[in-house]
Ligand binder design. Structure first.
Ligand code: ZN
Length: 344
């Protein structure tokens, strides 16, 4: 790798981190990160604002002012080319700011832009490079991409369990299987999703606890879904089956929190895109298993479905993050995006 390519990778990783920090805040717009770099130093940065506007590039360029002229701009998604009544197109803003070069991680699959943002910049004589850290950018924007490309929310399944795969004692008691850091991480993940989903049994047992309890993030408690054929209580929305998630307006990411029935139903429907496995160093033995039947035909079909993309220690517990290996999109790469806390 040349020094220039190393610099590009480093700056784009920082832009992806900005994008990742806005995850769960920008629906229905993509969570984008943008850096303006000049003479080897960051002079401005931006991430898509809560609610989706202003866009990352608009924030970064406003902060850079005239210093953006001749600089290099790193952005995780192709700048938008469509004018909205909520603001000008970022490709136009960039062209007017006249950076020497724009580095883009991912071309925009949105048909309203789809290459036109890049073309507009190149036509203005600005050098544009596309594809730097594309897998990491794709991972940071996975919910938005899932809605755009597959018409449904991105689903993460969280399992907090013992070394031997139990989520509760035989009597159902499940509090404090994992320690404080793992539980705080779980709360952070709640804050980064548009909705959480539980099965009816978990709702009845744990309803008061299903919110975000991190100082400063209490108001990030997501929309609440319950998988049930019956009616939902106040402030909860009932889903009759996993398949109906596609109909949820304004929801791009769902965190499935259990119990075993809801987790198994989503896995059986092949509607889990990401697994968060929190594991405590304890053995339970005769407890409640994390999963029931998931419709597995044979052992061969269980293999090559999940790729580990992150592993870290949270106090005495561990977190392993897996992604569903599908033919396109979220396949294996070395990214370390989207798990919240820094390592160790
Ligand atoms: Zn834009």
């Amino acid at each position: 790798m040349t020094a220039g390519a190393r610099d590009d990778a480093r700056w784009m990783a920082a832009a992806v981190a900005l994008a990742d920090g806005a995850r769960g805040l920008t629906t229905p717009n993509p969570n984008v990160g943008c850096l303006v770099v000049r003479d080897g130093a960051v002079i401005a940065r931006g991430a898509t604002a809560a609610g989706g506007r202003p866009h990352a590039e608009a924030i970064a360029l406003a902060s850079a002012g005239d210093a953006a002229a001749g600089a290099t701009v790193y952005v995780t998604l192709e700048p938008c080319a469509h004018v909205s009544d909520r603001g000008p197109a970022c490709a136009t803003l960039l062209r007017d700011a006249a950076p020497a070069r724009v580095v883009v991680a991912l071309a925009d699959p949105d048909p309203r832009t789809a290459g036109r943002g890049i073309a507009l910049l190149r036509d203005a004589g600005i050098a544009v490079d596309v594809g730097i850290a594309a897998d990491d950018a794709r991972r940071a924007m996975a919910p938005w991409l899932m809605r755009l490309e597959h018409g449904r929310p991105f689903v993460t399944l969280k399992l907090a369990m013992s070394l031997d795969g139990c989520i509760a004692l035989a009597d159902g008691s499940s509090r404090w299987i994992t320690g404080t850091r793992a539980r705080m991480h779980g709360h952070l993940e709640r804050a980064r999703h548009d909705a959480i989903l539980v099965g009816r049994g978990t709702l009845d047992a744990d309803a008061p606890r299903l919110d975000v309890r991190i100082e400063g993030l209490e108001n990030r408690s997501p929309h609440r879904l319950v998988l049930t054929s019956g009616a939902a209580p106040d402030r909860w929305q009932a889903l009759a089956s996993p398949e109906v998630i596609a109909d949820l307006a304004g929801i791009e990411s769902i965190l499935v929190e259990g119990g075993a029935g809801a987790a198994s139903a989503f896995l059986a429907a092949d509607l889990v895109d990401r697994l968060l496995i929190y594991r405590a160093p304890i053995l339970i033995g005769d407890g409640l298993r994390a999963l029931g039947a998931i419709g597995l035909a044979d052992l061969a079909s269980a293999h090559r479905r999940w790729v580990c993309v992150d592993h870290r220690e949270l106090g005495s517990d561990t977190l392993d993050v897996y992604e569903r290996a599908r033919s396109e999109g979220c396949t294996a790469s070395s990214g370390k995006v989207g798990t919240g806390f820094p390592p160790g």
